[in-house]
Unconditional design. Sequence first.
Length: 388
Amino acid sequence: MLEGNVQVDSANEQDSFHEEFLALLQLADRQPLCDFLDDQNISDVAKLIDEYPEYDTLIISGMSVHRAVGVFKILELSQQKKIIQELPPNKTAALLNELPPDDRTDFLEELHSNVVRELIKLLNTEERKITLSLLGYPENSVGRLMTPDYVYVYENNTVAEVLDTIRKKGKDSETIDVIYIINRTGELIDDIRIREFLLSPPDRTVSEIMDGRYIALNAYDDQEKANETFKMNNRVALPVVSNSNKLLGIVTIDDILWVAEEEFSEDIQKIGGTSALDEPYLEMPIFRLFKKRIVWLVVLFLGEMLTATAMAYFQDEIAKAVVLALFVPLIISSGGNTGSQASTLIIQAMAVGEITIADWLRVIRREIASGLLLGIVLGVIGFLRIVV
């Protein structure tokens, strides 16, 4: 009974939320609407945009820039594109300048180069320099994910100086859970959790706390490698270094979660027998969708023609015992099910890093052995069925 009352209350709150939003839309003065939107949870405002897409630009422009950025980050790419196209130039500039560099880079790399060129002009000098730097790294590299907003100190700093630095720089940092230690040439030499500084005497130096054990990603590493590194280490952020070990930025766990979701979607599409889609299904042009699907269908169709060749070879035997023809659909179905099993297992193993392309010979050997064993079992069952 209590659970039912909770659900009813939740539904009533939702209705009240929508009614208040629609009522505020009717007012000539937009300030009450702006205040209302700024008081809501970011996820609730995002749902509001989903349900009233005709007001998406009005909603984003009516919020404070900081909160508008929070909503914009969690919207679908199609919604983000529409909002950027419809926002006035001054609002677009404010939104893009406030976006964290890694999120801004993710968004810009999905746009046409001409559009990117125009949007970069709206950035201030510092943000433009950061964005161009991030866009200079290869697609799907760690460099595209990193943010230059982090807190770093030097090994000769005292704990008191470190805490002062955190107070000054921490507000603009992506995370302050970990503080990065560099030398005078900018090379990363350690990373230390903030709790170590909070629990240490103020006059203790950083070099006394350092243990020299840290994990770093290279800016040119593949994003999948970053995903694996995060899974193997209990960290909320990892530093990103250049080939000469210069500290360039950090990658946070929220960015890696997006990468993991994209990789999962790509693996599912491959299991289904298509090339990975580069954009949402409903936004992809039909001809590009056709090209993604036709290649594998042709390959599978040609493979299935071998079944017709085998049946033609045994047609005399089938003519002598017509009952065998009844089992042809069963055999074809079993072949499809076996293939689906194998592709699912292998693609999943590749996704989690258990096997690589270099293991193709071992995989073929195992699948041939598995195929023989499965064929014997299914063959015996089929033989018994025919006898009965």
